[in-house]
Design a protein around this ligand. Structure first.
Ligand SMILES: N[C@@H](CCC(=O)N[C@@H](CS)C(=O)NCC(=O)O)C(=O)O
Length: 241
């Protein structure tokens, strides 16, 4: 069977979101690079996969998809197993909480955090423009308010959707990973439960817990050690060097 194809570069956060899910379910896949310099993402061939001319696009047999969160859910549904049940669709309430915190990532967390990543890392490296400090300051103010909500939630539950690891947590991986390489990573120090959720020390505990619960799966830091997500980390190093 032809392997699953992910179109786009692993250095893109939205592509990485999809790769992290493929890694979690252990599916075979191939990353097909799309050359932005050559405007390959705006080519008729790629527009047929993603009409907005963006990455990622995804192909699994006859199924062609775009939008990284929708692709991720497709992967987690199709390749679900007893070890990797990250949408919890067997339980109406748990699945609803996964949806709630997946939406929170998309509509609250990401809009507040991603401008800091773009301004501090991406734009200076790819466009040669200096960081716009006003944008960063405004975003950090918004992010602090979002993190207040996360802190309250994570002081009651180990993970966002409840006391189980889910797509809601995983979905935060790519942008948070980059954020932690900005000069503003220390913001998380003011939020002990959020820090623990993300942080290295707890990352070990999360890993242990996941192993106990599911018998497999690296989360967060562990994910970055895996081969293809490793490309994403290498890309990060290139950006911050
Ligand atoms: N909501 C989309 C966003 C995709 C997106 O913004 N992709 C960026 C790269 S990270 C892109 O292709 N940018 C090129 C463009 O918009 O022309 C998703 O989650 O897949």
């Amino acid at each position: 069977m032809a392997p699953v194809k992910v179109f786009g570069s692993a250095r893109s956060t939205n592509v990485a979101r999809v790769l992290v899910c493929l890694e979690e379910v252990g599916a075979e896949y191939e990353v097909v690079n799309i050359d932005f310099q050559a405007k390959e993402h705006k080519s008729p061939e790629h527009l047929a996969r993603n009409p907005f001319g963006q990455i990622p696009a995804f192909q699994d047999g006859d199924v062609v998809l775009f939008e990284s969160r929708a692709i991720s859910k497709f992967i987690l549904r199709k390749y679900k197993s007893a070890e990797a049940d990250l949408l919890r669709e067997g339980d109406l309430e748990e699945a609803a909480m996964v949806d709630v915190w997946t939406e929170v990532e998309a509509h609250q967390y990401n809009p507040a955090l991603s401008p800091v990543v773009y301004e501090c890392l991406v734009y200076p490296a790819t466009r040669g423009v200096p960081t716009n400090q006003k944008v960063v300051d405004e975003s950090l103010e918004k992010l602090s308010k979002v993190l207040d909500v996360y802190e309250a939630r994570l002081s009651k539950h180990t993970y966002l959707a409840g006391d189980f690891v889910s797509f809601a947590d995983l979905n935060h991986f790519p942008f948070t990973f980059y954020f932690m390489a900005t000069p503003h990573a220390l913001l998380f120090d003011s939020y002990p439960h959020v820090k623990a959720w993300w942080g290295e020390a707890h990352g070990e505990a999360v890993h242990e817990e996941a192993r106990r619960q599911h018998g497999c799966c690296c989360r967060y830091q562990g994910l970055s050690e895996r081969a293809n997500v490793g490309d994403f980390c290498v890309a990060l190093l290139i950006i911050i060097m």
